[in-house]
Design a protein around this ligand. Structure first.
Ligand SMILES: C[S@@+](CC[C@H](N)C(=O)[O-])C[C@H]1O[C@@H](n2cnc3c(N)ncnc32)[C@H](O)[C@@H]1O
Length: 317
């Protein structure tokens, strides 16, 4: 990947933040912090807001189970965190893990660090020992660390930075990849998973990525992104629900389960929540929503049959 491609990939963090802000402003999801990271808000179409709701709900569901069921020293590592507001959401609700580490390209972490630093509603939630580091491109504190780095150099350059900030390989750790690993060559994303496999006993991962490149909708999705200079490099290596979970089992992980967003929305978002959503906006593009949602999947996997992972699942709230 050359630098101009990197710049396009970095731009996807703004797309994700704009969609999150749209869903938050309309009341689909509860995220009072995302607005501080969006310069030019846009109202997304109802089907996109619905998708953002299920995406947010699914990620939060696993993350909150992990934090609630863990012993005191649990860690979250968000790969390609973009403008995700996870730390602030958990902090506000007093459901914090021991440590949260966020990693992204320097261009993104610099923007995020600046937004946090200049916004008192965000800064006041960070601990007293918060310090701006590396020329304003990183934030360091005892429980929240924003690290700049390239995930393609995970073992050689990201891991040493994590270690220097107190990352502990022996503690239960949940890795997150929300539309991130899909942008890496499979060789690079596999190296991250291999590092986890080789170095961590109690690790889990929650990914949310695109699937199904071969049908008409998948082809259209690929072409639309390609027109913007975006390549879903991991899509062909792990194209189906089955293969997204099998990649973990092939590495000897204890469990891996994948569910697509259409199924999540239909079966795992409860009736009360569905009727609350229906009152926010009228939506009649159900066919289109289903098609879109079938092309995104959550995968939850963990390395060993240990707590808290072995008592967590996408079905639980
Ligand atoms: C679609 S955005 C998702 C951001 C965030 N996870 C979310 O869901 O809001 C993808 C993010 O991955 C980051 N990313 C992609 N490739 C990366 C790499 N090689 N190293 C570091 N970050 C990367 C991008 O900069 C971007 O912030």
């Amino acid at each position: 990947m050359n630098n101009s491609n990197d710049a396009v990939v970095q731009g996807t963090s703004n797309d994700a933040a704009v969609s999150r802000e749209s869903a938050a402003r309309l009341g689909y999801i509860n995220d009072p912090f995302i607005r501080y990271f969006v310069k030019r808000p846009q109202r997304r179409a109802p089907l996109i807001n619905r998708g953002t709701h299920s995406r947010f709900d699914g990620m939060q569901r696993i993350i909150r189970q992990f934090v609630r069921k863990s012993s005191s020293k649990c860690q979250i590592v968000s790969l390609g965190a973009g403008m995700d507001t996870l730390y602030f959401l958990l902090r506000q609700q007093q459901e914090q893990p021991w440590r949260i580490f966020e990693i992204d390209f320097t261009e993104i972490t610099a923007k995020k660090a600046a937004a946090i630093y200049k916004t008192s509603a965000l800064r006041s939630l960070l601990p007293q020992d918060m310090a701006v580091a590396k020329g304003g491109t990183e934030l360091h504190s005892h429980d929240y660390t924003l690290i700049s780095g390239d995930l393609r150099e995970f073992a050689t350059s990201v891991v040493p930075k994590l270690m220097a900030r107190g990352f502990d390989c022996s503690q239960p750790t949940l890795f997150l990849s929300e539309c991130v690993l899909i942008y890496l060559d499979p060789q690079h994303s596999d190296q991250i998973l291999d590092w986890i496999t080789d170095n961590m006993k109690h690790a889990g991962i929650l990914t949310y990525e695109q699937i199904l490149p071969h049908d008409r909708f998948g082809q259209m999705m690929i072409e639309n992104l390609r027109a913007r200079g975006l390549e879903l490099r991991g899509l062909h290596a792990y194209p189906t629900l089955q293969s997204t979970s099998q990649r973990f089992l092939d590495r000897g992980w204890h469990s891996a389960v994948a569910v697509d967003l259409a199924t999540y929305h239909e079966k795992l978002v409860c009736e009360d929540e569905q009727s609350r959503l229906a009152k926010i906006e009228f939506m009649d593009e159900w066919e289109e929503f289903r098609l879109l949602a079938q092309h995104y999947a959550f995968t939850f996997a963990y390395t060993a049959d240990t707590a808290p992972f072995n008592s967590m699942s996408m079905e639980q709230i």
